[in-house]
Design a protein around this ligand. Structure first.
Ligand code: XMP
Length: 560
């Protein structure tokens, strides 16, 4: 960016329009918009150890990805809606803002806009796609519908190679576009920093450290996207990079100690990565004040209970109550075939068992839960998203509000990959940290029809072979999930000279980022052949194996 351009807006009089006044606006001077104190001018920055970049979320499918990319740069990042109160943002010690993309058009009547206090703060701002268009509109530029929708790859050509946003970038680089609107006229004080064939203003910037990108730097299809974000975070916002897993653990341990004091904490342990990391972190902070309850509902994979016992009780020396409630669950699942009824029964029974065991401990003050950041974001935006209920997704860790315990949720600001890093840093075994997700209702929703002891044994045998072969082929971590399903179909086969009439087992293996969508995994034929051959040879009662080659949508990952 050319530094000596005469500024058409000064720091004191950044021109901005907000969603409230946009209808009537001639672009008002900031002072006229609110006249309140700025949230965090560089001089008035609250003293806090952790610096943050705030993403104002306009509803893009990539918003969460922006936050992940920023955190990958070792800077803490939160995703917040445009109507977040300024006090909330100020408390996070922001060093800069990113305005996300979104489905709206800035010229629609209710198009969301960034709150005025963001501009008042004089902290750096980076608008991405819709975020760029919205800041252009708020600061006095003009956005119009493009003649052609631009979607997919484009080549970005830098016009101002010296811009700090472009440090370490080649003069031309591929980027990922997904937009229909375009900037017709830049706001006063802005210049074009880069263009593509279809977007003459693909990157714009002002001397006030406000930038706009028409493309998406957060997606993998923009190979230099992370460099651009890093430049923004470090060179423009001046972040130090203090968001590390080591710091997170130290901070969390200190916070948990302070919060719990001499109180008692209980936690449900399932052997999954989230509950395991929660338990280990809290145990590190308060030791024996934590009691974990492991409810074996009899619907777990082979050796799961033993493995959890060895890790937590024997190796980590934790206080754990192991309850074998398998008979109880089986009894209640007798003759039940409807998947939703199965889920409901398992959820209810789990809560009952957990409560009974918790009562035996005596007075308890806190309930620990493995809530993660995507859950927090999802529940914050649940009101605005009308989505059809496909499955109830009973998570057996979801414990009842009526227990009236204070919640301890030390992972509520973390993404799954960060939880795994915490688990590794705390010394949890690799196989636990990298465990594929396993549904709360367990094998019950992988047995089509009634769940019986006999069927559970068959499914455990088949599932064991799948897991074994997938791990041997070093595919386990690349797959989101891989497992066997016991169908209620029986078919004719021949073994030796005998006719057989046995179960049909289906193999499911998918790749996915977040389980919202999934693709069936192209497993090598020889891996499939070994799985099939071993299952029919090693698992009595099964004489046929098929591979599920449907993606989600239209299928779901689980069969029930
Ligand atoms: P679907 O089958 O809906 O699954 O594509 C998406 C992800 O959710 C898991 N899943 C569940 N997890 N309780 C859970 O805790 C449930 O009832 C449940 N149903 C599905 C599934 O394993 C996949 O990871």
């Amino acid at each position: 960016m050319t530094k000596d351009k005469s500024k058409q807006t000064s720091n004191k009089s950044r021109r901005v329009a907000t969603s409230d006044d946009i209808e009537v606006s001639t672009y008002l001077e900031i002072a006229e918009v609110g006249g309140e104190q700025p949230i965090a001018t560089k001089e008035a920055m609250p003293e806090a150890e952790r610096e943050a970049i705030i993403v104002i979320d306009f509803g893009s499918q990539y918003s969460m990805l922006i936050a992940r990319r920023v955190r990958e740069c070792q800077v803490y990042c939160e995703l917040l809606p445009p109507d977040t109160p300024r006090e909330k943002i100020a408390s996070l010690n922001p060093k800069g803002f990113i305005l996300s993309g979104g489905p709206a058009s800035t010229y629609e009547p209710d198009a969301p806009l960034a709150p005025a206090y963001i501009y008042e703060s004089h902290l750096p701002i980076l608008g991405i796609c819709y975020g760029m268009q919205s800041l252009a509109k708020q600061l006095g530029g003009q956005v119009t519908p493009g003649i052609k929708r631009e979607y997919g790859h484009a080549i970005l050509h830098l016009d101002e190679v010296d811009s700090p946003l472009f440090t370490d970038l080649p003069s031309s680089t591929p980027v990922w576009m997904s937009h229909a609107d375009k900037i017709e006229k830049m706001p006063p004080g802005f210049t074009t920093l880069a263009h593509t064939e279809n977007s003459p203003i693909a990157v714009m910037g002002s001397d006030e450290s406000i930038f706009g990108l028409q493309f998406h730097p957060e997606v993998v299809h923009t190979p230099e996207g992370k460099t651009i974000l890093k430049n923004f975070i470090y060179r423009i916002c001046g972040c130090q990079g203090n968001w590390t897993i080591g710091n997170f653990i130290n901070e969390s341990v200190a916070t948990i100690k302070k919060q719990v004091g001499k109180g008692k904490v209980i936690s449900a342990l399932s052997g999954g990565v989230d509950s395991s990391v929660v338990a280990t972190l809290i145990h590190q902070a308060i030791g024996d004040q934590l009691t974990c309850i492991f409810v074996n509902h009899g619907l777990l994979r082979r050796e799961e209970v033993e493995r959890t016992f060895n890790t937590f009780r024997l190796n980590l020396g934790m206080n754990i109550i192991f309850v074998d409630a398998s008979e109880r669950f089986l009894k209640r699942l007798k003759r039940v075939t409807d998947p939703e009824v199965k889920r409901k029964i398992i959820g209810e029974e789990f809560i009952k068992v957990f409560e009974e065991e918790a009562k035996k401990i005596g007075k308890v003050d806190f309930l620990a839960q493995g809530t993660l950041y995507p859950d927090v974001i999802e529940s914050a935006s649940a009101g605005s998203k009308a989505s059809a209920k496909i499955k109830t997704h009973h998570n057996v860790g979801g414990l009842p509000a009526k227990m009236r315990l204070n919640l301890l949720e030390p992972l509520r600001n973390l993404f799954k990959d960060e939880v795994r890093q915490v688990g590794t840093a705390l010394g949890l075994p690799e196989e636990m940290v990298w465990r594929q997700p396993f549904p709360g209702p367990g094998l019950a929703i992988r047995i089509i029809g009634e769940v019986t002891k006999e069927k559970l044994e068959i499914l455990r045998g088949a599932d064991w072979v799948v897991m074994n072969e997938i791990k041997k082929a070093k595919l386990y971590r690349q797959l989101w999930q891989s497992f066997a399903v016991l169908t209620d179909v029986k078919s004719v086969g021949v073994m030796g000279d005998y006719r057989t009439y046995g179960y049909l087992v289906a193999i499911r293996a998918v790749t996915s980022e977040d389980a919202m969508t999934a693709d069936w995994a192209r497993l090598p034929y020889d891996v499939l052949a070994r799985i099939s051959s071993r299952i029919v040879n090693e698992v009595p009662g099964v004489n046929r194996v098929v591979y599920d080659i449907t993606s989600k949508p239209p299928s779901t990952i689980e069969w029930e």
